[in-house]
Design a protein around this ligand. Structure first.
Ligand code: UDP
Ligand code: MG
Length: 316
């Protein structure tokens, strides 16, 4: 299958420390596969600079002139990992048969790339990279990541366990992805919705050797809330059920209060009154907040703003 054009799409945000290692490793990998006629010599790696504040773009430009396999996309400003990835995929999809997305830090074993291409040759339109082990992650990262997948599933977001954004997508799948017009794009949830024949490749997750993680806890929580609210309306349904439950409970309390009244104990119960006012007040605010979260999403969707703006696209 030496005609298969593969593009590796790598979103980069402040990755000046990591890029030299990444470019070298990917260049070796591509050259090796090209020489063995596994893939076409038109295959490339594309670095997407997501509005970095350091020298990431200058480094990408340098590689573009020194290594024919490198291309670069510069976004007009920082738009976050998901949008940077989408920008890369959409920019290259007309030029390749399949694109593989991976992080710049090479935490996802690049040895899985060839296996993904083999799955693609066997007819898969989408191949998911799934982490078999994450021993090398810190205990904290592992626990929060596990919690993330559990909560997501419980909340009705149907995502693949331990699959991040390391995947192969054929041009056909990418064309379909373009039809998902939502602004709040949560790729992990959207891609499985595309369907077609899919495959999985297992790999071990390594450590980030240079630079630090761009996903601190705060961003991870925001990412999870975004994922849940853009994929599922289960939280709103929970609120409805909770409201119903409280309504039933209140009838019981009504009967209880009437009984107390006729028994002549009317002033009794200040504490329980105080507690219920605070509890119900808190619950209501929380419920309004959850509904507001969705209203906010609708607000953003109706504006239909562009998900990313490309500043430059370089490479032969
Ligand atoms: N990234 C990005 N824009 C951002 C944050 C991160 O393009 O605003 C990129 C980053 O350069 C890396 C990938 O997304 O290639 C994953 O980030 P990171 O490795 O920091 O996340 P972690 O592996 O810790 O979850
Ligand atoms: Mg990482």
């Amino acid at each position: 299958m030496k005609d298969t054009v593969i593009y590796l799409v790598v979103p980069c945000y402040n990755e000046e420390k990591m890029l030299p290692i990444t470019q070298k490793a990917l260049s070796e990998l591509l050259n090796d596969m090209i020489s063995r006629e596994k893939i076409s010599q038109k295959s490339r790696m594309v670095f997407v600079d997501d509005g970095s504040k350091d020298n990431t773009w200058q480094i990408i430009e340098r590689y573009c002139s020194s290594d024919p396999l490198v291309k670069g996309v510069k976004l007009s400003r920082n738009k976050g990992h998901q949008n940077a990835l989408l920008a890369g995929l959409m920019t290259v999809k007309a030029e390749c048969d399949a694109a593989i997305s991976l992080d710049a830090d090479l935490q996802d074993d690049i040895g899985a790339i060839e296996k993904m291409i083999t799955e693609y040759e066997n007819g898969c339109e989408i191949v998911f990279g799934v982490r078999s082990k994450r021993e090398k992650d810190t205990l904290f990262k592992r626990a929060t990541a596990r919690g993330f997948y559990k909560v997501m599933r419980f909340m009705g977001a149907d995502i693949i366990y331990d699959h991040a954004d390391y995947r192969l997508m054929s041009r056909r799948a990418l064309d379909e992805l373009e039809n998902f017009k939502e602004v709040n794009l949560f790729l992990r949830g959207i891609v499985p919705m595309i369907g077609f024949k899919t495959g999985t490749v297992l790999y071990e997750r390594g450590v980030r050797t240079q630079g630090e993680s761009k996903y601190p806890l705060k961003k991870m929580i925001a990412f999870a809330v975004d994922g849940i609210t853009s994929l599922s309306i289960k939280p709103i349904r929970f609120i409805t059920f909770l409201g119903l439950f409280i309504l039933f409970a209140s009838t019981a309390i009504l009967i209880y209060s009437l009984v107390r009244h006729f028994m002549g104990h009317t002033v009794w119960g200040w504490t329980s009154l105080m507690v219920s006012i605070w509890a119900i007040g808190g619950l209501q605010l929380f419920a309004i907040g959850v509904v507001g979260e969705y209203v906010g999403k609708i607000y953003l969707e109706t504006k239909a703003r562009p998900k990313f703006i490309v500043d430059k696209y370089i490479g032969n």
